[in-house]
Design a protein around this ligand. Sequence first.
Ligand SMILES: NC(=O)c1ccc[n+]([C@@H]2O[C@H](COP(=O)([O-])OP(=O)(O)OC[C@H]3O[C@@H](n4cnc5c(N)ncnc54)[C@H](O)[C@@H]3O)[C@@H](O)[C@H]2O)c1
Length: 246
Amino acid sequence: MIDLTGKVAIVTGGGRGLGEAIARKLSSLGAHTVISDLNKEAIEQVVENINSSGGEASGFVSDVANEEEAARLINETAERHGKVDILVNNAGINRDAMLHKMSLEQWRQVLDVNITGVFNTMQPASIQMRKQEQGAIINISSASWMGNVGQANYAAAKAGVVGLTKTASKELGRKGVTVNAICPGFIETDMTRAVPEKVWDMMVGKISMGRAGQPEDVANCIAFLASDQANYITGEVINVGGGMVL
Ligand SMILES: NC(=O)c1ccc[n+]([C@@H]2O[C@H](COP(=O)([O-])OP(=O)(O)OC[C@H]3O[C@@H](n4cnc5c(N)ncnc54)[C@H](O)[C@@H]3O)[C@@H](O)[C@H]2O)c1
């Protein structure tokens, strides 16, 4: 049985989709969960839902692409709660286009959020977790990190997340901090519901289990990695994709 009682967790991009499911799961297992997002109304809704169903959550508006805002999220949470046990770097965007049509703006937007945003929270979190001599960082990469048509920017950023995760796991291991990456396959959220039906069917066709995943499928794996039961697992890249092969 996974028990996160007494732990303090931060979930970026927690206002909807995978982030919301992860926040609900961690708080249902006892963690005080700080839900961070760009969208204040979405945060308030998720916090209210969790608190009214017996969990414990609070909100923090923060743009992970902004170095100062990301540092405030980590440092103020640590000040308020005395520690940060779990950091889930989930915030992410896509701006898909074929490489020959991709603008520098599309490239930069995705890199700023999906890789620099992860650095921006991990840097202050690593200082805090070194002091605590414990912690779990879980970064959301993607099955696309190995390459996916129309996603040169996204794949480059998500591959960067794998390299960052593996490096941080080597640097922080002796301090009792684990760092792992999850690669969701094709999960039903607002991000994926936005694709045309033809693309949806094509993606589902690549999944052994023959269906898109649900946000809870990803949240379940994260809950395990965030728990003490996984404190000898680090530097791993775990696919949660129903056997999807791109
Ligand atoms: N849905 C999938 O199939 C899938 C597959 C692989 C990886 N992922 C990854 O999982 C994560 C969540 O995806 P999702 O499908 O739930 O997306 P989503 O678009 O439904 O939700 C993303 C959330 O992140 C927030 N966000 C965006 N930019 C932000 C920023 N700069 N700072 C803080 N918050 C920000 C948004 O406001 C939103 O609430 C992303 O990193 C995505 O790349 C998703």
